[in-house]
Design a protein around this ligand. Structure first.
Ligand code: FAD
Length: 154
């Protein structure tokens, strides 16, 4: 039997995080997640990361949920700090199932549309996941994808 799980967390980027860091994170995420059957979305903006990981508990890691293993590896990465686990729950289906890791980077974009979306799901126009519920985070990420659907990765 396949059990699907969804994990959402947020973290703070290291102060000097650059384009090459983001590119490296995406390349490794795509490679590792594809082989681990992980899908999801990584948002970056306002020096904050907000990520969703979706995965199953099959295969060699059947006794250890692969999303949990991936999260703990990510949490040790020095390119960000103070990760906060927002949600880790069983789910019926994947929401981001076509991407091993889709990236949404609005750090260099002063888009009113994005700011309005953030305000729609929080009390601020800047990304502050620690003040948001897991459902608000999820709704925001789904909405951001529609804005960035045709945009390239980092
Ligand atoms: P290697 O590339 O060989 O890395 C070995 C170790 O060195 C790891 O502990 C890694 O954390 C660390 N490391 C590597 N490069 C750097 C660097 N430039 N600066 C600091 N430490 C470094 N990985 C995924 O597989 N899936 C994800 O969805 C994912 N999301 C991420 C989201 C965020 C916000 C961040 C910061 C990282 C994310 N990563 C993700 C990357 C993850 O943290 C590891 O770097 C990666 O999984 C390790 O890949 P690897 O096994 O090939 O090891």
């Amino acid at each position: 039997m396949m059990n699907l799980y969804r994990l959402i967390y947020s973290s703070y980027a290291k102060p000097d995080l650059g384009y090459h860091d983001l590119k490296d994170i995406m390349e490794k995420s795509e490679r590792n997640n594809q082989s681990d059957g992980i899908t999801g979305l990584l948002c970056y903006g306002d020096s904050i990361f907000l990520q969703i990981l979706e995965g199953d508990s099959c295969g060699a890691l059947r006794y250890r949920k692969i999303v949990s293993k991936t999260y703990h590896r990510i949490a040790l990465d020095t390119r960000h700090h103070t990760p906060e686990l927002i949600e880790c729950i069983p789910i019926e289906s994947r929401l981001f199932g076509i991407w091993s890791m889709k990236a949404v980077n609005f750090s260099n974009l002063n888009s009113q549309e994005v700011r309005n979306l953030i305000l729609k799901y929080s009390t601020s126009t800047t990304l502050q996941p620690h003040t948001m519920t897991s459902q608000q985070c999820l709704n925001l990420m789904q909405a951001l994808v529609t804005v960035y659907d045709k945009a390239a990765s980092f």
